[in-house]
Design a protein around this ligand. Structure first.
Ligand SMILES: [Fe+2]
Length: 176
């Protein structure tokens, strides 16, 4: 019987070669991000969140050359019936985490890739003060920030970070 993990693995095999304006494929970006979570000895849920954070880009057709502007919410909605909130919530919040970090850390914007700088505008740009406070009040705020920092570091061309099946056990553990 095909499981949801099989289906997700197939989705990355079929559609993970797209680049969405970055210098590496979605699959390599996902694997590098999961590897960073693993190196940080993060929970299986956070490893799963790192691996699947951009699944929304693979699920729906792009609405720009940088992928779908709603990819964070599309991905979280797709995963919610199968994976715990510790997986889905950091994913849902990861674009807002970028907007937050650009708003509160002076040098953060300079660390973004060109595509990520461009999509910042599409995602709504910097946060207002009340939005900053609302975001800090999100229960998964710290995990969204943690995920965001791995996301930014996982765009390194030529860095081999293993294969999707290396993460099947972590995905299994992170399921509801
Ligand atoms: Fe990403």
């Amino acid at each position: 019987m095909t499981t949801i993990i099989d289906q997700i693995e197939q989705l990355y095999a079929d559609k993970g070669c797209g680049q969405y304006g970055e210098a590496i494929s979605q699959l390599q970006h996902a694997l590098q991000c999961a590897e960073l979570a693993r190196q940080a000895q993060a929970s299986d849920e956070m490893v799963a969140a790192a691996l699947l954070h951009d699944i929304g880009h693979l699920l729906e057709d792009s609405d720009s050359e940088f992928g779908n502007v709603d990819a964070d919410r599309i991905g979280a909605r797709f995963l919610a019936p199968y994976f715990s909130k510790q997986v889905c919530e950091p994913i849902r919040l990861h674009a807002r985490a970028k907007r937050y970090l650009c708003s509160v850390e002076e040098h953060y914007f300079a660390t973004l890739s060109a595509a990520s700088r461009y999509s910042l505008k599409l995602q709504g740009g910097l946060l207002e003060q009340d939005e900053i406070e609302d975001f800090r009040a999100e229960p998964f705020f710290p995990l969204a920030i943690k995920l965001r920092r791995w996301v930014e570091e996982s765009k390194q061309p030529g860095l081999d970070a293993g294969c999707f099946s290396d993460y099947r056990a972590a995905l299994q553990q992170a399921m509801l």
